[in-house]
Write a protein that binds this ligand. Structure first.
Ligand code: DAT
Ligand code: MG
Length: 191
């Protein structure tokens, strides 16, 4: 509790003095240590526990973007306590989607899925925090927005618009391997 209070004070003091840069960040990255600036502030010194900080790739899909739900999705991510590491609004290319959805190639819903995903801008985000891969999938709820429980993003904000599960507002990586692969697709500069 003491160190948490200390960490909270440190964040405030950095914000208060207007220090927008994180001087130790390049060194931290160079050492190959996990965690972003805010996580590091919260956790204090880098220790073994820090190595387990995860990153996940989140997309607010074209339906969510069109409906103006990017902010609501990001709000829920931040309210949960995860950190936004990178953020972009972009219209996916066919090449990006072919790589992103490679596991679904050949399935009956693959072509319509890729067509839907390239129909307009998405908000792409890299989020960070212990367990954020499973944690975001819990926030997102079940794939089918009709079945997704109230309280989840898909349960609260999504529905069947006549296309069953296609328009379900968000994507979230499903494993550390998928997260690494997907982050490289949408944010090659983080690779
Ligand atoms: P999730 O997005 O929950 O990880 P997934 O990886 O199985 O689900 O599928 C990727 C997306 O493909 C999903 O968000 C919506 C679409 N999809 C999945 N199953 C489908 C189906 N049976 N019919 C139509 N679209 C489907
Ligand atoms: Mg998936």
């Amino acid at each position: 509790a003491v160190s948490q209070r200390h960490a909270a004070r440190s964040v405030r003091s950095v914000v208060a003095t207007g220090c927008a840069r994180w001087p130790w960040w390049p060194q931290h990255r160079a050492l190959g240590r996990g965690g972003g600036p805010v996580e590091r502030r919260r956790l204090g010194r880098v220790g073994a526990v820090n190595e387990q900080i995860e990153r996940s790739l989140v997309l607010v899909k074209p339906d969510g973007y069109r409906r103006g739900l990017s902010g609501e999705v990001l709000r829920r991510i931040e309210a949960k306590g995860y950190t936004l590491v990178a953020l972009a609004v972009t219209t996916p290319t066919g090449e990006q989607l072919a790589t992103h959805y490679a596991e679904h190639e050949g399935k009956p819903f693959y072509e319509p899925l890729v067509e839907f995903m390239s129909s307009g801008p998405v908000t792409a985000a890299v989020i960070e925090g212990h367990g954020c891969i499973a944690g975001f999938r819990a926030l997102a709820g079940a794939t089918d927005p009709t079945a997704a429980l109230p309280g989840t993003i898909r349960g609260d904000l999504g529905r069947d618009w006549g296309l069953k599960v296609q328009q379900n507002i968000v994507h979230g990586s499903d494993s550390p391997e998928s997260a690494a692969r997907e982050i490289a697709i949408w944010f090659p500069e983080l690779g």
